[in-house]
Design a protein around this ligand. Structure first.
Ligand code: G4P
Length: 562
């Protein structure tokens, strides 16, 4: 046994203390297998503005991992951008996309878990929450368009949590913007330093390939979409005359100049700064042509962090801890009204998750066990016996979970860092069938637990205000209230601009509420929220109430707001 362990984990901390005779083999064994599993996992999300190439890149990564055999397998599950908000169509596709919500594959000696983040703007909140469950991200940027609206928003969320980011500049096979300009824009608009690790030789019709700055090799562009493995052309250094033969004298000279500039302007790549979320390595390529993807994937495997420790209300939870803990970051409803069950997505944070074992649900003070938990390896749903930190487990749920709930072996842990963000649209719920108010109440309660929208209550009067990031959610709620809860409601627009969670001096808050009783509401957890009608009103409120803080997310202790 000792040899087997030694072979698998040479640098393990536990192995070292075992070697020093501080613990015996029996103590070592469970740690060993757990830390081996942890060491193998990389859990990340791909984010982008719609159309930059997230789906295409996901697919190519899965091809490399052998998780799918043909191109198109992921694409078919994609939420298409419907001009009319045909939500049934979208929900149908969302239903299909359960299978692709998490995609796992083996690459080299690692298990890679990709957590899908919906590109559709109206599901942005879903994406923000998914980002709480990853350990790093890959950001895809269109080389012709650079930073776009969703790029900014998603990166803000990553920056809040210091999530390590690798940037893939995509579509170099089309006319692109100047690479230096793109890097400047990324740095300025996303508040992160960048360091190119590959460098493009032209773009569009003249695109010749990329030069890998970290190992002096060339990856020449051939536009072969089917090729799985890349043959890199190694050169001695940039003065190697073979470079002129490979890309032509003019482009070779340009490349030499540009690389000299890069080396003068940029510090050498610092992995630690990447891991702290301060520096993003940048790759250039074309996902559609499966070009430039492998070097990024290889670098990702080399540098991306494995499962990280997670903050809770009581303490930080380390993945190596023996006892299971995890949290729910996504709930997916079953659209078939005959099957009211839902799927809750659990991110395992520490210990080992086991099928049929009883776990503790701290919020409900309940014991729960799961007979059919499933995992997402090789893009199919398989029942699993065990799962480890970094893994996502699908749990059939009959209404026990809401987003942010934890699961433990008895400890009263509440994971933090799963905040709500200010919605952008606000509407009052008007009950259209007084005989069905109980059903409406239950429906609204459960749908907002699932994270479809946020619910605020206004006192007195118990007015219910729903907040969302997109129109689509209102249609989803209305439809589901009718079909699943047999309730009907109308949504009346309210002219609010932003929701801000309030903290501060009690007396000043009381005075503020007296002055604006209509605009101060409570969220589902009872927190006070100010609904500001305009940006100006919010600014005035901040100025006039220096002892009240107005936060744009529901959790502020763990995040530094700008
Ligand atoms: P998304 O998930 O970020 O929304 O983007 P997606 O991968 O769907 O890509 C958006 C469009 O950009 C697709 O074209 C896709 O084929 C194209 N694309 C992705 N990567 C590249 C690339 O490297 N080069 C070029 N030239 N195009 C790329 P579409 O016409 O919208 O869809 P489809 O008809 O190809 O399915």
């Amino acid at each position: 046994m000792v040899n087997r362990i030694n072979d698998s984990i040479e640098n393990d901390f536990m192995w070292q203390i075992y070697q020093r005779g501080l613990i015996n083999e029996l103590i070592l064994q469970p740690f060993m297998s757990l830390s081996l599993e942890i060491d193998k996992r990389k859990t990340f999300g791909i984010i982008s503005h719609p159309d930059a190439g997230k789906t295409t890149l996901t697919e190519k990564l899965l091809l490399f991992g052998g998780a799918i055999q043909t191109a198109g397998a992921v694409k078919n599950n994609k939420i298409k951008k419907t001009a009319t908000s045909d939500f049934m169509e979208i929900e149908k596709q969302r239903g299909i996309s359960v299978a692709t919500s998490v995609m796992s594959f083996h690459y080299r000696d690692k298990i890679v878990n990709i957590l899908d983040t919906p590109g559709h703007k109206d599901f942005a909140e879903d994406t923000y929450r998914t980002l709480t469950a990853v350990d790093s991200v890959i950001l895809v940027v269109d080389a012709a368009k650079g930073v776009e609206a969703q790029t900014r928003k998603l990166m803000q969320v990553c920056r809040m949590r210091n999530t390590p980011v690798i940037i893939f500049v995509n579509k170099l096979d089309r006319e692109s913007r100047d690479a230096f300009d793109l890097l400047d824009e990324l740095e300025n608009e996303l508040s992160i330093s960048t360091r190119p690790l590959s460098w493009p030789i032209n773009s569009g019709r003249l695109f010749k390939g990329v030069y890998l700055l970290y190992n002096d090799s060339l990856n020449l562009f051939e536009g072969d979409k089917t090729k799985k493995a890349v043959e890199y052309k190694k050169i001695e250094n940039l003065s190697d005359p073979r470079l002129d033969d490979m890309v032509g004298k003019e482009d070779a000279d340009n490349l030499r100049e540009e690389v000299e500039l890069i080396q003068g302007v940029y510090e050498p790549f610092d992995e630690q700064l990447y891991k702290e979320g301060l520096l993003a390595p940048v790759f250039f390529g074309s996902a559609l042509n499966n070009f430039g993807v492998q070097e990024m994937l290889d670098t990702f495997i080399d540098i991306a962090p494995g499962p990280q420790a997670r903050e809770t209300n009581l303490r930080e939870v380390a993945p190596e801890e023996e006892k299971l803990s995890g949290f729910i970051f996504k709930i997916h409803a079953n659209l078939d009204p005959n099957h009211r069950d839902r799927i809750a997505f659990l991110r395992v944070c520490s210990g080992t998750f086991e099928r049929n074992k009883f776990y503790h649900h701290p919020r409900l003070q309940k014991k729960l066990r799961f007979a059919n938990p499933y995992t997402f390896l090789a893009s199919s749903k398989d029942i699993i016996e065990k799962a480890y930190p970094g893994d996502v487990v699908g749990l059939y749920d009959t209404g026990n979970f809401k987003i942010g709930d934890g699961l433990t072996e008895g400890e009263e842990l509440q994971f933090v860092g799963i905040p709500s963000f200010s919605p952008e649209l606000f509407r009052e719920v008007i009950n259209l069938d007084p005989m069905k108010s109980k059903q409406l109440e239950k429906g609204i309660d459960q749908l907002t637990d699932e994270g479809v929208a946020q619910l605020f209550r206004q006192q007195p009067g118990n007015r219910k205000i729903i907040g969302t990031v997109g129109e689509l959610q209102f249609e989803v709620i209305q439809y589901r209230l009718k079909h699943e809860y047999n309730a009907s409601a109308r949504f009346d627009s309210l002219a609010y601009h932003k929701a801000c969670w309030m903290t501060g001096e009690e007396a000043e808050i009381k005075e503020f509420i007296k002055y604006k009783p209509q605009d101060v509401v409570r969220d589902k957890d009872g927190n006070l929220v100010f609904l500001a009608q305009t940006a100006f009103i919010l600014d005035m409120a901040k100025q006039n109430n220096p002892n009240i803080e107005f936060h744009e997310t529901s959790e502020f202790k763990t995040f530094s707001e700008e």
